[in-house]
Design a protein. Structure first.
Lengths: 414, 265
């Protein structure tokens, strides 16, 4: 059973050559087109089951908001169709159309009426909405006196006053403070357990990875990736650096993980190995032991300078640590075609137990956004075990020691 | 289509009614005198016109000589024209003013002009009710003829709604419409015998009045309220036909362009 089926969805905007062109088109409908067609969204297909959470990522102008607006019903698609079951609640950008001169309470009532609640239901829901928003006496002040965070609190509280079947959130939570973000995310999680489907647009990759079980990547109005969150996010990160989608490829490896490679290919990583203190390759590391990460790369075309670096990410794709040759003050210059570069990073594996992946970067500057030779996500997978240290939780090994002092009243000073 | 719109309006009646109440409350909320302003504004207009036209320029109505008669004549036209102009003026900007809501919430857009019409009607009922009280006080209440008012008002409101929606939709796509309508309404007001009697105009202008549907409508109000006579119903037929045509045009335009509107505001 699917709750939302999006079929061949497209949205085109007409860009008229001038204001007169539109008038001419209205008056002489059969004449030649007087506008450019700009496709903001094209050929988007997906289905969502109840309780699933889909994150939508993409650069500015990729069509994310347009897609959500069409699903929410505020704008009409040019092509394709949407089939939906159940009640939709949408938080499109900030404030959900609050009227600045009306009080918070009036706006809440108005929004609730537009959601189709009866007067009686609204009376019942109001105290709950007020309590969740936590804006205090401001509820009876005009909305124009609100901060953007307060507007968002109120908007979120109204939209989620009753559990919707489909909840659409467009970047709205970004303006809230972390306290309210936590609170809203826990409400969203609770709804999901009860069967609500979530569509979330966010630039906060961490939030997407922590809450979504599917991620769709939009680029220039088309859906270029859809599926496993980590895979799609890696592709998105590569896209942010590369801009040119043609230079990004993803390969499924023997261990089942997908590695994402982008860049212009002046240099290519040929091998990534993790070595123990004896110089032997390993895939499982004891927490806290010293290891060497060896990155071998081949030079295809001469490069004047290169910054080589790596990042370690946890299973959610959150970055644990990253460093490069530039930050370690070791310039590497004048490499000729055919050269091989071997970088050995030595460090103590002070991470908690779990699976981690290694991303490598070869670029001209510290930031791989300019002159990216090669960026490789998921190039190497390893796990950290903890059999020797006390069994701590978390991803960072801080090696806590404990000293206990007991102070009793009848202690005698010796 | 019309049926579907009616259903949509009915199912959103809670929102419509709530909005009418809120708008009425908030219109005068930040002012000290509150709803007194709703009365003071037209009262000032009526005083000024009475002073200038009746006293300074000595305009006289045929068969009536007192200043009071002129004031009643003026009120009959100005108050009803006020309703007409308010509906058109507010409908024309209603989609742009509520851009924020249209962009972020899903609801039948047709609710917005409905709210405008209801609000304008409430304002009109208050001021017109006061005017009728005034007529009773000065002993010039027209009597049963007053029953002829509602049907004429309906024709006039229909004309205003149709025009308002057409202009409101056009204004989204061509912002010139807003400026243009302001000017046209002024000309229209002065080309309708509201502050002056039709008889003061030269003979050759009279046939042109037939092109203006509001002339017969306003004349009907004046005949009811000043002379206490039933209106000549046949003169209202052109206004009725115009109103129907304009409303059909509004429905057609709404159907074709309502979806596109959100992309332009």
């Amino acid at each position: 059973m699917t709750i939302l089926r999006v079929h061949n969805l497209g949205k085109a905007y007409k860009q008229y050559f001038s204001h007169w062109a539109r008038l001419a088109e209205w008056c002489l409908p059969s004449s030649r087109p007087r506008y450019h067609i700009h496709w903001a969204l094209q050929n988007v297909n997906f289905e969502i089951d109840p309780g699933q959470a889909m994150g939508i990522v993409g650069m500015n102008g990729a069509g994310k908001s347009t897609l959500l607006k069409i699903i929410a019903g505020t704008t009409q698609p040019t092509t394709g169709s949407i089939e939906m079951k159940g009640r939709v609640a949408a938080l499109l950008e900030l404030g959900m159309g609050f009227h600045p001169d009306f009080t918070g309470r009036q706006n809440v009532t108005m929004a609730a009426q537009l959601f189709g609640f009866s007067v009686h239901e609204i009376q019942d829901l109001l105290p709950e909405i007020e309590a969740f928003a936590e804006i205090g006496d401001y509820i009876d002040q005009p909305v124009r006196t609100y901060s953007s965070g307060m507007q968002m609190r109120l908007a979120f509280s109204v939209a989620t006053a009753k559990r919707p079947d489909l909840l659409i959130v467009d970047e709205a939570l970004a303006v809230g403070d972390s306290y309210f973000q936590q609170k809203s995310f826990s409400r969203i999680r609770k709804f999901r357990e009860e069967g609500t489907t979530l569509l979330l647009v966010s630039h906060d990759v961490g939030a997407i990875l922590s809450i979504c079980d599917r991620v769709a990547l939009l680029h220039a109005g088309t859906m270029v990736k859809e599926g496993d969150p980590e895979e799609a996010i890696d592709f998105y990160r590569a896209l942010l650096a590369e801009q040119d989608i043609g230079l990004i490829r993803q390969e499924r490896q023997a261990h089942g993980k997908v590695q994402t490679i982008s860049g212009r290919g002046e240099m290519i990583v040929s091998d990534i190995r993790l070595l123990d203190s004896n110089g032997l390759p390993i895939e499982a590391v004891e927490a806290g032991t010293r290891v060497t990460l060896e990155i071998r790369s081949r030079v295809n075309r001469p490069v004047p300078e290169v910054v080589a670096g790596f990042m370690i990410k946890d299973r959610l794709g959150q970055i644990m640590y990253g460093i490069n040759s530039d930050r370690l003050r070791q310039p590497i210059e004048h490499l000729a075609a055919g050269d091989e570069l071997v970088c050995r990073f030595q460090f103590a594996m002070n991470l908690g137990k779990g699976n981690y992946s290694v991303a490598t970067a070869l670029s001209r500057r510290d930031s791989h956004v300019t002159d990216n030779y090669e960026w490789r996500d998921g190039g190497f997978i390893f796990s950290v075990l903890n059999t020797k240290k006390p069994d701590f939780v978390g991803t960072v090994s801080l090696d806590a020691a404990l000293e206990v002092q007991r102070i009793s009243e009848n202690q005698v000073n010796l | 289509m019309v049926n579907a719109q009616m259903k949509a309006i009915w199912s959103y009646r809670g929102f419509i009614w709530g909005s009418v109440q809120r708008e009425f409350q908030s219109r005068y909320r930040n002012s000290l005198l509150g709803s007194v302003w709703a009365v003071l504004t037209p009262l000032a207009t009526i005083l000024i016109y009475t002073l200038i036209f009746s006293r300074l320029m000595q305009v006289r109505l045929p068969g009536m000589n007192d200043t009071l008669a002129y004031s009643i004549y003026l009120c009959a036209g100005i108050l009803t024209w006020g309703l007409f102009a308010e509906i058109i003026g507010r409908c024309q900007t209603v989609f742009l003013e509520n851009a924020n809501m249209i962009k972020k919430l899903t609801f039948p857009r047709i609710c917005l002009p409905v709210i405008v019409v209801l609000n304008a009607s409430v304002n009109f009922l208050i001021i017109f009710g006061l005017f009728l009280c005034f007529l009773v006080l000065v002993g010039r209440f027209p009597g049963w003829v007053i029953l002829a008012l509602p049907p004429i008002l309906i024709v006039q409101i229909a004309l205003a709604i149709g025009l308002g929606i057409v202009l409101g939709i056009m204004n989204v796509f061509f912002r010139d419409v807003g400026q243009f309508v302001g000017i046209v309404l002024q000309f229209w007001f002065w080309f309708t015998p509201i502050v002056y009697p039709a008889s003061v105009l030269p003979e050759y202008v009279q046939p042109w009045f037939r092109l203006n549907p509001m002339v017969s409508v306003v004349a009907a109000y004046q005949s009811i309220l000043l002379y206490g006579q039933w209106p000549q119903w046949s003169t209202l037929i052109p206004a009725l036909i115009t109103a129907i045509v304009v409303c059909l045009l509004a429905v057609g335009l709404y159907r074709r362009r309502a979806g596109e509107m959100v992309d332009e505001i």
